[in-house]
Design a protein around this ligand. Sequence first.
Ligand SMILES: NC(=O)c1ccc[n+]([C@@H]2O[C@H](COP(=O)([O-])OP(=O)(O)OC[C@H]3O[C@@H](n4cnc5c(N)ncnc54)[C@H](OP(=O)(O)O)[C@@H]3O)[C@@H](O)[C@H]2O)c1
Length: 301
Amino acid sequence: MKSVLITGCHGLTGQKLVELFSGYSHNIYGIDLHQESIFQGMAGYQYHQFDLTNRSKLLDLIEELSPDVIINTAAMTQVDACEIEKERCWKINVDVVRYLVESARRFNMKLIHISSDYVFDGTAGPYNELDRPNPISYYGKSKLASENLIFGGGIDSAVLRTMVLFGHGRNLKPSFVSWIVTKLREGVTIKIVTDQIGNVTLVDDLADSIHKIVTMNISGLFHVAGREIISRYDFAVNIAEAYNLNKEYINPTITRLLGQVAPRPLQSGLIVDKAQRELMLNFCDVDEALRKYRKQEASFN
Ligand SMILES: NC(=O)c1ccc[n+]([C@@H]2O[C@H](COP(=O)([O-])OP(=O)(O)OC[C@H]3O[C@@H](n4cnc5c(N)ncnc54)[C@H](OP(=O)(O)O)[C@@H]3O)[C@@H](O)[C@H]2O)c1
């Protein structure tokens, strides 16, 4: 039985991981910013509230808990905010990873980290693990810097790049899917881009991959995402259809007209063959992911 420390345990991926690992009776430690644990009373689970950017506190806690594996899901994930608040972005997305690498090296632990397709420029996707990153946004630069720290850190590690995550959880920030469903239910007209292409990922596929990496003790770089490549516009239409909502409210547009702060990789996407083969998993296509997502909804309402 391995003990795992999950940073960002109240986030989309963190919550799914706590749920998943608790089903396999691992000892689980969670860290997040919020006062109250959302998993209060869960057997084998211990919550620690603090800001990961506090290096000495983080290193002391890791030494005390002595987990076998650290899974880092905490990050500043709002791409436009990262472009504006660069210092905060770097602190969370890069400096915290530096501290985790330091801990993993000092206490001989495995570090599993999540990165993004934003490490690519989106001129020639879909990309495999050997393609050369060239981030065009500050968020993407921070995620690439975090990868480099890990792979240059002389530790046992795995990095999973993913994209367009969605799933259920408590008190989460809206995902692309939950935002579309809310807007269409309200009968609001929305503009969705036709020129951002890539995979969409049910968080279960990411969590299952991380679980396999822990149990099979696998290391390296993996692209983990839904197995289908689709435009954001087509995905929005699929969401409307899955929810029997009126897709006439979805209007096509292009990225240049949205005036977003951070540049987006357009022709992106992750080739997931290596992860599916080595982790022995079949990731969802769009229909399957939306079907599972709808089915899971009941337990969160
Ligand atoms: N979501 C996506 O579409 C996507 C796509 C590609 C890659 N990724 C990567 O996947 C990973 C997980 O993403 P996610 O969407 O599951 O993230 P998320 O839902 O934003 O969860 C991150 C959690 O970490 C917490 N956190 C942030 N800064 C912290 C700090 N300094 N100390 C302690 N806790 C802190 C957050 O709290 P607050 O919410 O209060 O800030 C949140 O609970 C990230 O590395 C992200 O870059 C995500």
